[in-house]
Write a protein that binds this ligand. Structure first.
Ligand SMILES: [Cu+2]
Length: 217
């Protein structure tokens, strides 16, 4: 094997990577964390979660990389972008709050590197995380309990009783609705304001119509 094939020089003696066509060059691979062609364990996060990406490149002048995210953007120096370049021994930290669920490619956008294996995947799970609220509950808009607390049949009570009747655990029910379990717990204790879109999810999982749900209120 002629190793010089992977560092070919032009007639003028200057490095010309595009000239390499032999065995060594065509078997040159580029990796992310030692993995290539999407075989890295998938990186998983949740929609709405704060995610921090640490990127570092090492190597020779061929290792100038342009990491690129499909599906979501990152915050980098006050702008939204989906490509942030790193030179050898350069480090960059970027933050992402993914809003687009799915399985997405994360790859270097230098075409030789991409073709040489520098491709990974990340997954954004669809259910939202519960956002921590710094303000005390009393300072917020009235929650379901205070709004419906004096009603004989508050929505949250109907939801809870219906779920129990179906014999579904709160955890399984939350999965079914694609909602966070602590969020569903908060709903069932009447501690949370619930958007209509989420009430619809809950009702659908309980196989109950919205009109039926609100009838007893
Ligand atoms: Cu690259």
């Amino acid at each position: 094997m002629n190793r010089q094939e992977s560092i070919p020089l032009g007639q003028d003696g200057i490095l010309a990577p595009s000239l390499g066509r032999g065995f060594a060059d065509t078997n040159l691979r580029y990796t992310i964390n030692g993995y290539m062609f999407g075989n890295m364990p998938i990186m998983t996060m949740k929609k709405g979660q704060r995610v921090r990406w640490y990127r570092l490149a090492l190597g020779d002048s061929n290792n100038f990389h342009t990491p690129h995210w499909h599906g979501n953007v990152v915050d980098f120096h006050g702008r939204h972008t989906d490509v942030v370049a790193v030179s050898p021994a350069q480090m960059e930290t970027v933050d992402m709050i993914p809003d687009n669920p799915g399985i997405w490619l994360f790859h270097c956008h230098v075409s030789d590197h991409m073709a040489g294996g520098m491709v990974a995947r990340y997954q954004v799970l669809p259910w939202p995380t519960v956002v921590c609220r710094p303000t005390p509950r009393s300072a917020e808009t009235p929650n379901m309990q205070s709004r419906y607390g004096r009603s004989s049949n508050p929505v949250w009570q109907i939801l809870r009783e219906r779920r129990r009747k179906l014999g579904v655990s709160q955890e399984a029910f939350a999965d079914l609705c694609e909602l966070d379990r602590t969020y569903v717990g908060g709903i069932e204790r009447g501690e949370r304001n619930v958007a209509l879109v989420n009430i619809e999810k809950l009702a659908r999982a309980l196989k109950i119509s919205l009109s039926e749900l609100f009838r007893g209120v």
